[in-house]
Design a protein. Structure first.
Length: 420
């Protein structure tokens, strides 16, 4: 954006905001009057929660700056001029700084330049149908009349409804740090689903949650309805960070299960929002035979059980058959009619993509395979004394023994025994 001074100096070079490089005419005056009218309308309808009407106003103003080609029509200083005009008309209002207006323009440009319009509207529609109560707690939807009008008079991109449930500063954080519309859409959806604060959003972006989430190798797209399949994929990771677990070098699945249960709060955080721990080594009896599920969870948002099997070695094709059996057993023995199909998740030390694909072929049970990393080495030898400590202990014991012999010898000399 060559006409964006905020992009050139990142706002770090001191300067005075003033009217400059702008040609004002009757068309500009009509446009400013229209912006002021829209803002007054947004003020009347503003919600007490996330101000969805303000967001819609910001979107439309950013759209105007782009679609009207304001800089070409009125000069490179038009953004500063609009800022000054709006601050003059609404002196008590916040959000009309030059920097904020550049963000509005950048916000619209970021999404309009991509091909994710349909995807964003699909996410909004799905969330409106599956999480209506949750959305109502976050914000009021924009006034329907204005929502439909936004962009209707031009070929401009309309305001995606999902945007109405994300605070403005969150939007700024997303467009300034995300490299693609796909990544931005991911963080928008997660912000709404999990009620992230701005700092939580920043931590998620800094930790590259987008790059790690939804990357497990699964068959969810083929075995689950589209909405649930997408949500199920989103809750998985390709690799789980178990850096909070310390085990000996020769650990096995049992050791890993026990360690995860002992650190279940940390493990639930690593799994993600929505998981509830049901139990470890859950026993099932089929045809008189007893078998035990490594770990069983329930995902509140997906309304389904999640069978988690742990393997302290590389993936083997036969693991898929066993997981398939456990998932079907939970469906038959635990799942109720109003719950969704159980999901299976196999977490191994490593995996080969081709082996997983072939092992899943022909299986219509929803399953996924992921790996884990960063288990710390808890070598038992570190609890044993060092060679130097042993040497000092031996020397001390020898001195005490010799001193004891000397004490006994002195005592016998000073008090000789007598015979009657």
């Amino acid at each position: 954006m060559a006409d964006d001074p905020e992009s050139r100096n990142d706002g770090k070079v001191p300067r005075m905001v003033r009217s400059h490089d702008v040609t004002l005419d009757a068309e500009y005056a009509d446009w400013i009057r229209d912006i002021k009218r829209r803002y007054r309308g947004a003020q009347v309808r503003a919600a007490a929660k996330v101000n969805s009407e303000q967001l819609l106003f910001n979107w439309e103003l950013g759209r105007d700056l782009v679609v009207r080609k304001a800089a070409e029509r009125w000069g490179s200083g038009v953004v500063e001029q609009v800022s000054l005009d709006l601050q003059s008309e609404f002196p008590d209002a916040k959000g009309f700084s030059t920097r904020n207006l550049w963000y509005m323009k950048r916000w619209y440009q970021f999404y309009a330049a991509g091909d994710m319009q349909e995807k964003l509207h699909q996410i909004g529609a799905e969330m409106a149908s599956t999480s209506a109560v949750q959305l109502a707690q976050v914000a009021n939807a924009p006034h329907s009349e204005f929502l439909h009008q936004a962009g209707a008079e031009t070929e401009a991109m309309p305001f995606p409804q999902i945007f109405a449930y994300v605070p403005w500063r969150h939007h700024v954080e997303i467009i300034t740090h995300c490299k693609s519309v796909e990544e931005a859409a991911f963080y928008i959806e997660r912000t709404v689903q999990e009620g992230w604060s701005r700092s939580a959003l920043q931590n998620a972006i800094d930790g590259n949650l987008y790059g790690e989430s939804g990357a497990a190798q699964t068959n969810f797209a083929e075995t689950l309805p589209s909405v649930q399949g997408r949500l199920a994929q989103a809750i998985t990771k390709d690799t789980y960070d178990l850096g909070f677990v310390a085990l000996p070098k020769a650990y096995d699945e049992h050791d890993l299960e026990v360690a995860l249960e002992q650190n279940i709060t940390r493990f639930l955080l690593e799994l993600g929002t929505g998981f509830a721990f049901v139990g470890r080594q859950k026993e099932i009896i089929v045809s008189g035979k007893t078998r035990k599920i490594d770990m069983l969870f329930y995902h509140i948002r997906l309304k389904c059980y999640v069978v988690l099997e742990l393997k302290a070695r590389a993936f083997e094709p036969e693991f898929a058959g066993k997981l398939n059996f456990y998932v079907n057993a939970v469906d038959e023995l635990l799942k109720t009619e109003d719950e969704n199909p159980t999901i299976g998740l196999l977490v191994c030390k490593s995996k080969d993509q081709t082996e997983v694909q072939w092992a899943f072929r022909g299986i219509d049970t929803p399953m996924g395979v992921a790996t884990y990393k960063n288990i710390e080495n808890d070598d038992a030898s570190r609890y044993l004394p060092s060679d130097e400590q042993i040497r000092r202990q031996v020397e001390m014991a020898e001195r005490e023994f010799i001193e004891g012999l000397n004490d006994n010898s002195t005592s016998e000399t000073e008090n000789p025994g007598s015979e009657e």
